[in-house]
Write a protein that binds this ligand. Sequence first.
Ligand SMILES: *Cc1c(COP(=O)(O)O)cnc(C)c1O
Length: 356
Amino acid sequence: MSRPARAIIDLDALRANLQRVHACAPNQRIMGAIKANAYGHGAVKVAKALESQLDAFAVRCFEEAFALRLAGITCPIILLEGFFSADELPAIVEQDLQIVVHTAWQFKILLSVQLSKPISVWLKVDTGMHRLGLAPNDIVLMYRHLKQCTSIADPIRLMSHLACADDRHNDMTVRQSDIFFELVDTLKAESSLANSAGILGWPQTHADWVRPGIMLYGVSPFPDTIAKQSGLQAVMQLESALISIKRIQKGEGIGYGSTWICPKTMLVGIVAIGYADGYPRHAPSGTPVLVNDTYVPLIGRVSMDMIAVDLRSQENAKVGDPVILWGKDLPVEEIARLSGTIAYELLCHVNVVMEA
Ligand SMILES: *Cc1c(COP(=O)(O)O)cnc(C)c1O
């Protein structure tokens, strides 16, 4: 048997989560965010599973989009950060990719560039997140300039991104929506604003296109709810197996730094999963792990390729027994919270064999 660390990807759950997007935003087109290797789930596999049921995909850059094209994905693909220098543009056009234009230097290049066919553009408005995007006051003029440009395809669309939509009580979302939809009204442009939190929590942000990411993977975008409460199903199960079981004497320490001391002579299991696989190093002792479908606590520090678990409740555990680190019965949101991070980061960092 080879090393047992695996991520099992449930494509039926993925498709069910997309249906949830359709149910929340029935009149909108859907741009599925599959950047960062589909949040660690495998972009090609995810794209193939969803392609026929949505309208476009969003990725970070040309290289991510090109890999999808090579795999036979033909639907529209949007580059969320646009192009990084003018020399990327011919290949972007060649592969029929759409670009986000978020900054003045990109705009200037587009005004003068000669392309083999017109390129589709999303103008990104900075409505208050202050990450990417052009100032609302500059958009109308830029939009009209681009409209005159023969190298820019019709329609030119507007996009903005929500900074605080995961907090249902934060009026930042209302302020951003007001700024955005005023521009949309002025220009009568197609538009997109909502991420997963907007889709689930803020119907007024839905606009023409919604951009679900994390909810497709069955994770709640809200810090105070788990996926099930939002009608979502976990897509990834991170699993491995026990590779060693020993009885350790009372008073002995476990793992690097001997940070966890056995309170009595007890059974300790070693699982083949560690931070090199994407299991968070900051998961503290006590973090739940499922061994033989029973919750047991992680003990001691997470190593690069192993963790230790307390098997006092599992006297009959054997080497080879199955271990689940997160999945349907153990929300990745919970592991993330205990580790001081968010599920997005844990999923993106998964680095094990994937099986669909
Ligand atoms: C990643 C991303 C999304 C999806 O966000 P989720 O919170 O995962 O739904 C939407 N829009 C943009 C611009 C993004 O970068």
